[in-house]
Ligand binder design. Structure first.
Ligand SMILES: NCc1[nH]cc(CCC(=O)O)c1CC(=O)O
Length: 322
């Protein structure tokens, strides 16, 4: 005799942006969870965010206060959706009251990549001709690459990954810098011309990982999300986010990081760069991975002692004046 225990079923609503990359990422999450919890139904609800709509203003001028996340967060707060899938890089380090980072998934390659126009297919960053126009909307990429390659010039580029590639191919730019992770996820790995090594440019906080945001204390959802949690990536990203939070920057300040975990030890390297690429503050900390956030905060304090705050103050003044 066996009695049937009917497990409660429910419909779980996943919020996502509509860009191709966002959808690839969100459908992956949906598929994994649907497999793990066949008794539930996982639905994707797509929305446009401010960041998708405002395409004619440099990102650095708009600021970063949840440009790509606000509309998704409103949906969770008013109960129309249950969690949101983000590129962790786009998720602010301080979340609205009532929401939390519920899960960090396994990271793709967090490096930046050079993507070149066809005519430069035999070139790399060092050998691109003097004055080549490199498209990037990230101050972090701009500052670090200017430092190492003063012969290049930089121009803002907006829009999603596909739009940016179209602008490159039409001749508006000689090359672009894009996250390798995004290209890999979009099945565009063949466009990666050169992976930028970490001694040239440190990547963005959270780059290559997905961050799933949900309501604080929503134990049912948190329990479900556990199947996607990747502990080493989570430790690395908590350290990176604590570093950024303490420096009070967002995605749009020239702050780069690199992390590695060996055994139980996490090493975090961080850089704060001036826009002209002339001043760089770079340092590292190592310690127990379980103390990830503490390590991030400690590195930020050290960076401040070495002049990081002055660099950031100059940048905020420049952006607000422009
Ligand atoms: N800001 C846009 C954005 N957000 C996440 C990614 C790529 C994927 C990732 O870093 O996880 C990108 C595009 C890019 O930087 O090339």
């Amino acid at each position: 005799m066996s009695s049937t225990v009917s497990s409660p079923t429910r419909t779980i609503r996943i919020a996502s942006r509509k860009s191709q990359l966002a959808l690839v990422q969100t459908y992956w999450v949906q598929e994994q969870l649907q497999k793990a919890f066949p008794q539930h139904t996982f639905e994707v609800h797509t929305m446009n965010t401010q960041g998708d709509k405002i395409l004619d203003v440099a990102l650095a001028k708009i600021g970063d206060k949840g440009l790509f996340t606000k509309e998704l967060e409103d949906g969770m707060l008013n109960g129309t959706t249950d969690f949101a899938v983000h590129s962790l890089k786009d998720l602010p380090t301080r979340l609205p009251q009532g929401l939390m980072l519920g899960c960090v998934t396994e990271r793709e390659d967090p490096a930046d990549a050079l993507v070149v126009h066809e005519k430069h297919k035999d070139k790399d960053l060092a050998s691109l001709p003097e004055g080549s126009v490199i498209g990037t909307s990230s101050l972090r990429r701009l500052a670090q690459l200017r430092h190492h390659y003063p012969h290049l010039s930089f121009k803002d580029v907006r829009g999603n990954v596909i739009t940016r590639l179209a602008k490159l191919d039409s001749g508006e730019y000689d090359a672009l810098i894009l996250a390798a992770a995004g290209l890999n996820r979009l099945d565009l790995s063949d466009r990666i011309h050169q992976l930028i090594p970490s001694d040239i440019s440190l990547h963005a906080v959270g780059q290559g990982a997905l961050g799933i945001e949900c309501r604080e204390g929503d134990t049912e959802i948190l329990e479900i999300l556990k199947v996607l949690e990747h502990q080493p990536t989570a430790y690395r990203c908590y350290a990176e986010r604590a570093f950024l939070r303490e420096l009070e920057g967002g995605c749009q300040v020239p702050i780069g990081v690199n992390t590695k975990i060996e055994g139980d030890t996490l090493t975090l390297t961080g850089i704060v760069a001036s826009l002209d690429g002339k001043k760089l503050v770079k340092d590292s900390v190592s310690g127990a991975a379980v103390d990830a956030e503490k390590l991030g905060t400690e590195l930020a304090h050290r960076a401040k002692e070495q002049g990081a705050q002055e660099i950031l103050n100059d940048i905020f003044a420049t952006i607000n004046r422009g």
